[in-house]
Design a protein around this ligand. Structure first.
Ligand SMILES: [Mn+2]
Length: 324
């Protein structure tokens, strides 16, 4: 389906749930809020749902105070629009989506999307789902106001690392430029999103950096975070956002890995690459997914075992990638 067909479907319906993945990032939240605001402009009934805690740093986003988790028996809609989520589990609904919405729309830019919607628009060339939401809002004919522009701008700069990762395209730069013309202040958004780290987060960073190691002749850099480190620093899960970049930015490193021990003692593995290793493929081997330069998966603990298993699979993946 294309955008104008999707816009026709949207215009024919009245009640919507707009949702995105758990552990929401700037793209998830910016996309959900921008589309929610646009649908409200069309006079639609819209509930923005995030089934997880929204990191406090995103409270500045317009309408963020209206985000809430799904309430059984209360939340029902004709159309449920799922944004930026590669599969249905990541949306974090306890109930079957079919019992919540009659029509499921899946709009995403993850290469490894499972096509769980009745309508699927997947474009892995898009820098961020916010870019797809921008195109949809334009197709719907809704003029983009400053609130929507703030959300779209935030979703694109968070997924492109302030327009510096390899997914930065002419099209996303044009959209950013248009959002600035509408009135978005890049310095303001940058401060809100990237420069409001808690002291606990920096204490946690010290702990993580203490574990930094290189492998594969310096092509791999990895770090770990245990529950004890979170406790010692007084830090929350979201406080480790962006740590992996310290490993990725080392000269000669192609793949950066952050192993994070969860409350249930499973190990979350965050992955970033710089130029030529497709980390989504290694994440998929362990039941995860993502993009070529940013992906993730979850392994069974304990930490030492997960590290061994993952790092040897990664080494093999890197050597094989080279031969291809
Ligand atoms: Mn995204």
């Amino acid at each position: 389906m294309n955008f104008s067909e999707l816009a026709d479907v949207i215009l024919k319906h009245n009640s919507f749930i707009v949702t995105s993945h758990i552990m929401p990032d700037g793209d998830a939240l910016g996309s959900v809020l921008a589309l929610t605001l646009a649908l409200k402009k069309l006079g639609k009934n819209v509930v923005p749902i995030i089934n997880d805690i929204v990191p406090a740093k995103f409270n500045f986003l317009p309408y963020a105070d209206k985000l809430r988790p799904y309430t059984p028996q209360v939340d029902k809609a004709e159309v449920i629009i799922c944004l930026d989520s590669g599969d249905v589990e990541r949306l974090g609904f306890k109930n079957d989506l079919r019992s919540i919405g009659d029509l499921i729309v899946n709009l995403d830019h993850h290469k490894s999307n499972s096509l769980f919607g009745d309508i699927n628009i997947i474009d892995d060339k898009s820098s961020a789902t916010g870019e797809l939401v921008y195109r949809l809002i334009k197709t719907l004919g809704v003029p983009i106001d400053l609130d929507m522009a703030t959300c779209i701008y935030t979703s694109i700069i968070t997924d492109t690392g302030s327009a510096k990762y390899s997914n930065t395209t002419p099209s996303c730069l044009k959209i950013l430029s248009e959002m600035v013309e509408i009135g978005v202040r890049p310095d303001y958004i940058s401060r809100e999103v990237f420069e409001k780290k808690s002291y606990a987060s920096i204490l946690l960073l010290k702990e993580a950096l203490d574990t930094l190691k290189l492998a594969e002749g310096g092509q791999v850099a990895y770090m770990e975070l245990t529950r004890d480190m979170f406790k010692k620093a007084g830090a929350k899960e979201e406080d480790s956002d962006g740590f992996i970049n310290f490993a990725r930015e080392i000269d000669g490193v192609e793949v950066a890995v952050l192993f994070r021990e969860q409350e249930d003692l499973k190990i979350k593995v965050g992955l970033r690459s710089k130029v030529w290793v497709d980390v989504s493929r290694i994440a998929e081997k362990f039941g995860g997914g993502g993009h070529a330069r940013a992906a993730g998966c979850t392994l069974e603990g304990p930490l030492e075992k997960a590290k061994d298993v993952f790092l040897s699979a990664l080494s093999e993946h890197i050597r094989k990638s080279k031969r291809d």
